[in-house]
Design a protein around this ligand. Sequence first.
Ligand code: PBG
Length: 308
Amino acid sequence: MRALVRETMLDVQDLIYPIFVVAGENIREEISSMPNCYHLSVDNAVELAKKIADLGLPAIEIFGLPEYKDEIGSGAWDMKSPVQRAISAIKKSVPELLIVGDVCLCQYTNHGHCGKLCGNYVDNDETLKLLQKVAVSQAAAGADIIAPSDMMDGRVAAIRAALDENNFANVAIMSYAVKYASGFYGPFREAADSAPQFGDRKQYQMDCANIREALKEVALDVAEGADIIMVKPALAYLDVVTRVRAEMNLPVAVYNVSGEYAMVKAAALNGWIDERRIVLESLTSMKRAGADIIISYHAIDVANWLNK
Ligand code: PBG
């Protein structure tokens, strides 16, 4: 009876699994703050992508650790970087799996900020030109969806124009439209080696206290051509998800980020919580709040549980 009257369904089809790729071969090293998540060389990323597709998961999002860092993050658009190589290798062996490319510079800059610096500030408009290069390089490698996470103003329009000019009109943009300056990214920054070397990201990421500003950010990204809009982090911001869902007529994604994952894993490893129950409850609540798409490091476990 409960199943018959259930209002919200969590489906394997809703989930995107994020991975971290590194240079080298046959590498599979667990990320200490994210149990059961790994730094993978491209060969192992391809193997995992096959398993992900077999589970019925529709998409994978690819983050990378570069072999070199510099002032402007030029490794981010290097076709020989792990991300670009992983995108083309996965597209070749698992063509049915959607590939999301994360566009940002923080993993690639030696200062760890998400854009080109001018003094102690990020130069928004100069950064747009670099983000265009990153997006086009990932599309050229075979990405189906470009997901800018840098939070520069105007980047959706800039990326859309660059993709169209380079014959990638069919590549979609999933914009991290509402991205808060959050403590919940801690484990990711360790995993991606992307912590800012000075200051914080408050020049470009949002204040957790603001919701009107979230609607403004979303409206701008929609006007600039975003196809999917994202709210990030997820659990502490479900009210924002509900508002965005109610006011916008586009698919809404949430990012169930690294800190949310790490807290569940830590408690589960201590035997303090029932992991499966907590994860399914949390992800169902994200859908109930209005999310259509959930990016989550739990996605493989959830697929295994739901497929049973
Ligand atoms: C890069 C980026 C971050 C995340 C995704 N892309 C970190 C940040 O903004 O510092 C966080 C993802 C997670 O915590 O799982 N800008």
